[in-house]
Write a protein that binds this ligand. Structure first.
Ligand code: AMP
Length: 541
């Protein structure tokens, strides 16, 4: 029997339309550098998105065409994000921090028909565009007076296109299962792989991530997505902000702690999100200059593990709550967020910090479980460790152009993360499966060891990697960056592990470095570290 309900499709254009109708005067602010900002309303963002959609239609862009962006987060990127998806084309947010060969690869693979580029990435586009034969139009995301000197042929001007565009564009009724965004994995092993999010998957993800136990967003929030639009759609915040009516503040290219701090203060930002290293640097900056944010209350951290020590520093030093989240490019990205249950109010502060160090529990819409090497389901007892598998309406079932991701025979997506899940449903990552340290047939969790290292006051950044061992196959090596003004003492730091883990877990040695290598999406490049230290001989071995 059919229901009595309207079959209104779940479309991304409805988000910006809703924001214009219901939250029309709420601001979208974009930092332009040098303390200057651009400021307008959701109503104006909607109107300009429609004009851009009209302009792209006039250029011959059709439903299903891939339209790429090479840009920092800002109002023009936001408009493009809605114009392209709203008209039925696919918005490919290229990550300009990938190696140039990977940028070229993703744009060739996507067969991008149009590329919109901002001033900072014109020279990158000059390098890749000549080898992307599918490109039909190139658009500079700026005004006529700012057009760059470039070798790019027939570069169009964004503001001219908008000025001349038809003002009466109406969003078409699309199939909610049509592709809307194309995001590529960061390709640490092999070529990046494309994931196509649909309108439906995006809307469901957006509803779910706004909930109090997810990102806790509302019309009272002022959101600054420090995570860029080109990194899995900035965790979905550019969709959740119009849904809730939150004010949106884009930091643009200025991601140093001083610029961020100034922007958060001047725009009264209440909530922000990015990878852990950025918040570690932000903390050091605030400590050094004895600064206190006046409105910032929530930081969402994902992409890599966030240590309980960092969570505690923000909570106790500044009253800022850190919320740990977990996700992947293949999962839109949000699947798991960490928030308390009622019973946790009675827990000690230390137990609460330890809980917050876990990645969290699944959002409604996502199912997850752990399996062993034979595919058997393991218990949720907080001890059994196995590979995390997930399924749900915003999880990838195949990569763009047909390649199949790792799936179980019954269709669960195999994440490649080794985790445990406790009886309350909180998931904790032990390691990425390729980073697991196997010693004498047992596993050691590098993340747990890194969290202990980071709880020592001499350590700013930490990575634990496996180095070869003649008897035990592999042993853990701790690589650290000292806090400014501190020196790391090997023996003192190793002693800090005693009593916190079994003795055989304690790293064999400590190496101090000036910087850790990071990927384009803010993860420590452990492969590179393993290569660098493969011949390391721990003192005393
Ligand atoms: P990406 O697709 O580049 O976003 O990478 C996804 C991977 O990042 C996951 O499979 C995890 O290994 C890692 N990751 C994401 N969030 C977290 C987190 N909160 N803690 C630890 N690792 C994470």
């Amino acid at each position: 029997m059919n229901s009595s309900m309207m079959g209104t499709p779940l479309l991304i254009s409805s988000l910006i339309q809703h924001a214009a109708n219901v939250h029309g005067t709420v601001e979208v602010v974009s930092a332009l550098g040098g303390g200057k900002v651009h400021r307008y309303s959701y109503a104006q963002a909607h109107s300009r998105s429609r004009r851009l959609a009209a302009a792209l239609t006039a250029l011959g862009v059709e439903a299903g065409d891939r339209v790429a962006t090479l840009a920092w987060s800002g109002y023009r990127h936001f408009e493009t994000y809605y114009a392209v998806t709203g008209m039925g084309a696919v918005c490919h947010t290229v990550n300009p921090k990938l190696f140039v060969e990977q940028v070229r690869y993703t744009m060739q693979h996507a067969e991008d028909a149009v590329v919109l580029v901002d001033a900072d990435f014109v020279s990158l586009l000059e390098q890749v565009a000549p080898s992307c034969p599918a490109i039909r139009h190139l658009i500079f995301m700026g005004a006529r007076g700012d057009m760059p000197q470039t070798t790019l042929p027939n570069l169009l001007c964004y503001e001219d296109l908008l000025a001349n565009a038809d003002d009466n564009f109406e969003w078409p009724a699309l199939d909610e299962d049509a592709a809307a965004y194309l995001s590529y994995t960061s390709g640490t092993t092999g070529n990046p792989k494309g994931v196509l999010y649909s309108h439906r998957s995006t809307i469901l993800h957006t509803y779910s991530m706004a909930l109090p136990d997810s990102m806790n967003l509302s019309g009272a929030s002022v959101i600054a997505p420090v995570i860029q639009l080109f990194h899995v759609n900035a965790f979905g915040l550019p969709c959740a902000a119009p849904l809730t009516g939150a004010k949106l503040v884009f930091p643009g290219a200025a991601l140093d702690p001083a610029s961020l701090f100034a922007l958060f203060e001047s725009e009264r930002v209440t909530m922000t999100a990015a990878v852990p290293t950025l918040w570690q640097q932000f903390l050091l900056y605030m400590q050094k200059d004895e600064l206190r944010p006046s409105t910032l209350k929530h930081i969402v951290i994902g992409g890599s593990a966030c240590s309980p020590a960092l969570i505690k520093s923000y909570q106790e030093g500044y009253g800022i709550q850190i919320r740990h989240v977990w996700g992947m490019t293949e999962t839109s990205p949000l699947c798991v967020t960490n928030s308390f249950r009622e019973k946790h109010a009675a827990w000690s502060a230390e137990d609460r910090y330890a809980l917050q160090g876990k990645q969290g529990r699944p959002l409604f819409g996502v199912q997850m479980k752990i399996i062993d090497a034979d595919g058997n389901t393991l218990p949720n007892d907080g001890r059994a460790c196995g590979e995390l598998v997930v399924r749900g309406p915003w999880i990838c079932r195949e990569y763009y152009k047909g390649t199949t991701p790792a799936l179980t025979p019954d269709g669960w997506f195999i994440t490649g993360d080794v985790v445990s899940i406790d009886a309350d449903g909180y998931m904790q990552i032990t390691d990425r499966s390729k980073d697991v340290i196997k010693t004498g047939g047992e596993w050691i969790s590098s993340i747990q060891l890194e969290n202990i290292a980071l709880s020592h006051n001499s350590v700013a950044e930490a990575a634990v990697i496996a180095i070869p061992h003649p008897k035990w196959d592999e042993r853990p090596l701790l690589v650290v960056v000292a806090r400014p003004g501190e020196q790391v003492d090997r023996d003192v730091l190793l002693a800090h592990f005693r009593g916190k883990v079994a003795n055989w877990w304690i790293p064999d040695d400590v190496v101090s470095v000036d910087n850790l290598p990071y990927t384009a999406t803010g993860k420590v490049e452990k492969k590179r570290l393993r290569e660098q230290f493969k011949d390391h001989q721990p003192s005393g071995r």
